[in-house]
Design a protein around this ligand. Sequence first.
Ligand SMILES: *[C@@H]1O[C@H](CO)[C@@H](O)[C@H](O)[C@H]1NC(C)=O
Ligand SMILES: *[C@@H]1O[C@H](CO)[C@@H](O)[C@H](O)[C@H]1NC(C)=O
Ligand SMILES: *[C@@H]1O[C@H](CO)[C@@H](O)[C@H](O)[C@H]1NC(C)=O
Ligand SMILES: *[C@@H]1O[C@H](CO)[C@@H](O)[C@H](O)[C@H]1NC(C)=O
Ligand SMILES: *[C@@H]1O[C@H](CO)[C@@H](O)[C@H](O)[C@H]1NC(C)=O
Length: 945
Amino acid sequence: MAVGASGYWTQANALLRKNLTFQKRNMGTNVRLIFFPFVLCLLLVLLQSVINSELDKASNKCGCTCIDTDGDGQCEEVCGLQYSSIDQSFTCPIPSPPEWPPLLHVPAPEYRAVRTDFSHGDLPSESCKVTGACPATILITGKNSSLGQGVGKNMFQNTLNQNAGNIDSLANIVLGSESETELTNFLEPAFFSNLPVYYLLSKCTTNSTFPLPLPGATSIGVQQDASCVQGLQFWRNSSSDINDELYKGYRKGNSERKINEILAGYDLLNSDEGNFNASIWYNSTKKNDSGNGPIALMRVPRSVNLVSSAYLQFLLGPATNMLFDFVKEMPKPETSLRLDFSSLLGPLFFTWVILQLFPVVLSSLVYEKEQNLRIMMKMHGLGDGPYWMITYAYFLVISSVYMFAFVLFGSLVGLKFFTLNDYSIQFVFYMIYVNLQISLAFLVAALFSNLKTATVIGYIMVFGTGLLGGFLFQSFVEDKSFPRGWIIVMEIYPGFSLYRGLYEFSQYAFNGSYLGIDGMQWKDLSDGANGMKEILIIMFVEWLVVLCVAYYIDQVVASGSGVGKGPLYFFQKLQKKLSTSSRKFSLQRQRSQVAVQTEKQDVVQEKARVQQLLLEQSTSHSIVCDDLQKVYPGRDGNPEKFAVRGLSLALPQGECFGMLGPNGAGKTSFINMMIGLINPTSGTAYIDGLDIRTNMDEIYSNMGVCPQHDLLWNTLTGREHLLFYGRLKNLKGSALSQAVEESLKSVNLFNGGVADKQAGKYSGGMKRRLSVAISLIGDPKVVYMDEPSTGLDPASRNNLWNVVKRAKQNRAIILTTHSMEEAEHLCDRLGIFVDGSLQCIGNPKELKARYGGSYVFTMTTSSNHEVEVENLVKHLSPSANRIYHISGTQKFEIPKQDVRIADVFQAVEKAKSKFTVHAWGLADTTLEDVFIKVARGAQAFNVLS
Ligand SMILES: *[C@@H]1O[C@H](CO)[C@@H](O)[C@H](O)[C@H]1NC(C)=O
Ligand SMILES: *[C@@H]1O[C@H](CO)[C@@H](O)[C@H](O)[C@H]1NC(C)=O
Ligand SMILES: *[C@@H]1O[C@H](CO)[C@@H](O)[C@H](O)[C@H]1NC(C)=O
Ligand SMILES: *[C@@H]1O[C@H](CO)[C@@H](O)[C@H](O)[C@H]1NC(C)=O
Ligand SMILES: *[C@@H]1O[C@H](CO)[C@@H](O)[C@H](O)[C@H]1NC(C)=O
């Protein structure tokens, strides 16, 4: 049955089916993997509920106290703002908010404007700083200076109102504070901080303070005094003068200069007697929590009232007064404090969750490489294209399912991180990242060949990235003065771009949950502070680049997919297309014959045959090795190691060639060159006319390999292995199932459900048989078997031999073995390979005849008859040679030409009559003897030379 090479999609299909089966077996691991985000989400929810219950504690709730309200001698609990600390007050229901006197923002004493080298000459002298009694300054300008100065004079009263102890009369007094305001004015922080409350007069008497008459304040144990500050006002010629002065006095960016803060500035513009028009400068530096709005606005109403009231007095006289009694918030219901903890921890935790996939993909790739499974598949015809496509798609599906589960769980348990942000942004972000991560794993896998190292490094990367992201990168992102360019540079590292993305999601979710609005939407991408857009672009570009680089490196470096192709292989490919030369047996050979060894006649003949074949360009031979050499370069001062020293060999179809040789003779190097694992140093070989140096990919589609160590997936069954490799060899439908069935039967793995047991549970012998079956499935033209029968019991071995014998009908087989019996049984020709070169070549009979030439005579007697036995042998043949002797048992080598077998029998009969012979034997030379002889001879030669 002639089956062509399998196409791209056939290979892809085979790999896909294999992976699916593999995945089915791997269910447990997968479930555990997917369970991880679930557990983590659950953990976050638990933490969140702990935090919520902590927030719900009394200390975070509206303050309560026990007061006897109905006079029955027992106290009842009453709650409310007046019983709350400032932290608690946020949650209190406030049906009727308290009234607070309006305040001005007054600079702290040490910052108030004084006369300096850069400031105006009319400001107070610096000496006031010593006593802390510097006046607070107001600057005025306008079109009409006499009007402006008149208004300015009315701003501050000369004396304190007599009834200052009465809360209602506070409206007559200009109060001020340096404290920062809150978001709401349910509690005026000025009265609850330890900063002083001021009242402003145009002239203070020394140490004039008075207790503030605030009923709410006393009930929570705060007693506050107001102290006097002198208020000054100065006329300036223009608003730009004021502006300049305010700017120079500003605290920030003025560190080496003195700070000169002005209380407020007024520009009366075109005001006249019938028209009041003014603009006000006030200090709004203090922003609200999200950093985008002034809350010092709370201090503005009083400054408006100050100027309007002064203007009225200027027009209508001192008796007129526009009183500003109080400010009061709108009522509000009870609220509870909510902090979305999961959003804060999110970036770190979720970075871990998502990065977790990286070691999983990486170790899976490195496993196939380390276990040589990738090469095994390649040797059986799996091209790089289908491998990449299916493997990539496979990881993509796993990652996507994982991410889907992650987002789903997170949403189901109600994490704001997921529910508030737009799902389509999340989808795009995770999808791009997952793709990037997979290509990155491909790239990194090219650098590792050890599973343990790869896994350890993978996990270190996961945790390191999370921690670096959480504790270093995030602080850079939050530090607005850190150059954005550097952040972009850092984001080129995929772990950080992932972190940044999650960080942005968490910020939007946190704020959204705090303010009760949605998280990130598409329109937010244009927000300058939102790094999401850059990240999406970076990751997308990086994905494409990494993917190409990874594919290139995979092709160039011999990393688990056989021999690398050299950095310029793309060009070579191109060249090959351009050149029209036939690729059959190109005869350019530029080697110098270095080792002029005393080559044996048969080896020289084989060499000549190869030359002949090469000249004839004949295709009658499946395998033609042309002076194949492998030299490993010397390392650490050691000389070069000649693993294979020029091997020429030609195998016709239907021949099984046995390679014998002691360990370390170079057999494995030879096989590795033939199956494309290593490059020959010089020389080459042609498989069906295809050069192993350039056409390995085509050779693979017609090759079967049974490696020395079984390369099997532990979780796949024998049948699944054969189905996979059968599909790779382009078997389909009933032909496939028939081939698999026959193959299983032939290696005795069919009965008793063995075929459907996982290969990991097979015994060593069963694995061996499966490996042989794999190498033969799909009728490859050339098969290499590296010690196929090691570890088999005699019955299975016989079985296997029959399989190989049947299989060799229409293909060439090269087989290495240590079993002479096997070699004799299976091989048409044998070569004994010692120290990198063939010592002899020929069929077993020839070899035995050539090297045998003697009988082995064994006799066992009691030890006192040994001398007699020796004499007996010497009598048979003077040139006999004792090769073995131990307490009564002796072995002799007797040249064949010296004796006839009948003579031996006679001699033994005679001996038996003289003394007791326990046992005796006469044997022809075995292959084993030949082997030992040749090996010894060659080694002796090498020691001499
Ligand atoms: C400036 O204001 C004063 C007082 O109101 C008024 O008498 C005077 O006419 C004004 N001057 C100008 C130039 O309008
Ligand atoms: C304002 O202008 C007047 C006259 O134009 C000048 O005498 C005075 O020094 C100026 N005042 C300031 C503070 O510049
Ligand atoms: C405004 O207030 C901030 C913070 O209190 C201070 O640093 C700054 O100097 C003030 N600016 C002016 C012009 O007074
Ligand atoms: C108030 O002053 C501004 C700025 O000088 C001017 O544009 C505006 O017309 C004035 N308004 C009135 C009512 O005079
Ligand atoms: C801060 O102020 C802006 C606008 O002034 C407002 O939209 C935002 O809600 C405020 N932030 C907070 C946390 O109150």
